[in-house]
Design a protein around this ligand. Structure first.
Ligand code: E4P
Length: 217
């Protein structure tokens, strides 16, 4: 499973990428607004930090506008993935961009039917939002299971990028289902390292080691 981080905070991205475990980054207009920085400038900086796919979302809602914006965004760096909404115009833009070899992440997916359309439009990534489905009493992970089953049945190359992740349960259940990518808020990514028994075990080992009075190097 690939791990992307879902943020436009470049200090966080730098810090997390030093682990060598970061495969890409996703942003959205809300995250760019939160950064308080210029969109193109921040995407450029992120693309320098992480060599994997960096999603940059169009703000236009019509095909021509999306294509104009995509042209600007894909010129920033080779690893930019254009993020388009799951609408008829978004999927039309997806098909055109994929024909020219541009990576496309289709976002705001909330049903298996929508995911099927995105795969047929040749999307590089489909982003189903698990947390937002859970929020309205539906099963986000259930949707991941449905999409994985459908994509496998037809051999679609579109990667399932689990988005709107809120907790480790979302990550682990998505991994069990074989989803290709999880995009994680920084706090969730950091929490993947933690277990109380790891801390307790390390403390005990260190105490016993100190009692030996030895050093290794
Ligand atoms: C994914 O690409 C989206 O930016 C993100 O995961 C949305 O998450 P949220 O529902 O927590 O805003």
């Amino acid at each position: 499973m690939k791990f992307f981080v879902d943020t436009a905070d470049t200090a966080e991205i730098k810090s997390l990428s030093s682990s060598g475990l970061l495969d890409g980054v996703t942003t959205n207009p809300s995250l760019i607004a939160k950064s308080g920085r210029k969109f193109v400038e921040v995407i450029d900086e992120i693309c320098d930090i992480v060599p994997g796919p960096v999603s940059a979302e169009v703000a236009a809602t019509d095909y021509d506008g999306m294509m104009r914006e995509a042209h600007v965004l894909r010129a920033i760096a080779k690893n930019v993935a254009i993020k388009v909404p799951l609408t008829p115009d978004g999927l039309r833009a997806c098909r055109t961009l994929r024909a020219t070899g541009t990576m496309v992440n289709v976002t705001l997916c909330f049903s298996a039917s929508q995911a099927l359309l995105a795969a047929k439009a040749g999307a590089s990534f489909i982003s189903p939002f698990v947390g937002r489905l859970d929020d309205i009493g539906e099963s986000g992970i259930g949707l991941i299971a449905d999409i994985c089953q459908i994509y496998k049945a037809y051999g679609f190359a579109t990667e399932v990028l689990v988005a709107s992740i809120r907790n480790l349960g979302h990550v682990e259940e998505s991994a069990k289902l074989g989803a290709h990518v999880a995009t994680l808020p920084p706090a969730v990514l950091r929490s993947m390292f933690n277990h109380p028994l790891t801390d307790k075990g390390l403390a005990a080992f260190l105490a016993d080691w100190a009692a030996t009075g030895q050093t290794i190097a």
